[in-house]
Design a protein around this ligand. Structure first.
Ligand code: VGL
Ligand code: ZN
Length: 199
């Protein structure tokens, strides 16, 4: 795939069965992604990378439980179990993920008070990660997105990629979803309406 970049979203131990925020069948993406990555010259990995006490953790809000929603200054935020804490085993890439080809690892969610599902723009919708600039400077116009979870980080990354002008395709077989209260159906509806392609 010349001039196309593969963005592999959050294939980290905490999102794999056994992890703190396990995505059902999340381990099934590993062989799919390794096979897919072999066809690309350029692979980018994203890594959810939260400080302890992060605003997206239910444990940071007394009386709140995981999967409840609260209002933060930038809008509503789903609360999660503590996950992908910087430097922990849960935040590491799964050992079966072939990371040899990755030229860039983009870490996100590292500001204590702002979550970031998207690899491009944080949840305040203002703070940029720098990924769009990197891709543009390197001349990539076409992106394929895969990983975990379809309805959160993959969808937000694909929507922002599209909005930034990239020709964007989500590779469905190489993704798995959390599916919280219909979030998967909503995510696909939003992606389709925005012009994200589905492969
Ligand atoms: C994700 C919830 C919280 C994801 C990250 O990678 O989809 N979901 N943090
Ligand atoms: Zn997170």
């Amino acid at each position: 795939m010349p001039n196309a970049s593969l963005v592999v979203v959050d294939v980290q131990n905490d999102f794999i069965p056994g992890g703190a925020l396990a995505v059902p069948q999340g381990d099934e993406v590993l062989p799919e992604i390794n096979r897919l990555a072999a066809r690309f010259d350029d692979v980018i990995l994203t890594q959810d990378w939260h400080p302890r006490g992060h605003a997206s953790f239910a444990s940071s809000h007394p009386g709140k439980k995981p999967f409840e929603t609260i209002e933060l200054p930038y809008g509503s935020q789903v609360l999660w179990p503590d996950h992908c804490v910087q430097g922990t085993a849960g935040a590491a890439f799964h050992s079966d993920l072939n990371v040899m080809k990755a030229h860039l690892v983009i870490r996100k969610g590292h500001h204590r008070d702002i979550d970031s599902y998207s690899a491009f723009l944080e949840a305040d919708r203002k703070t940029a990660t720098g990924l769009a600039g990197y891709l543009k400077e390197r001349g990539f116009r076409k992106l394929y997105v895969c990983g975990l979870a379809t309805d959160f980080c993959v969808a937000w990354t694909a929507l922002d990629a599209c909005a930034a002008g990239f020709d964007t395709t989500v590779v469905e077989d190489a993704c798995r979803a959390i599916d919280l209260d219909g979030s998967l159906r909503r995510a696909w509806a939003e992606m389709t309406a925005a012009g994200v392609k589905r492969a």
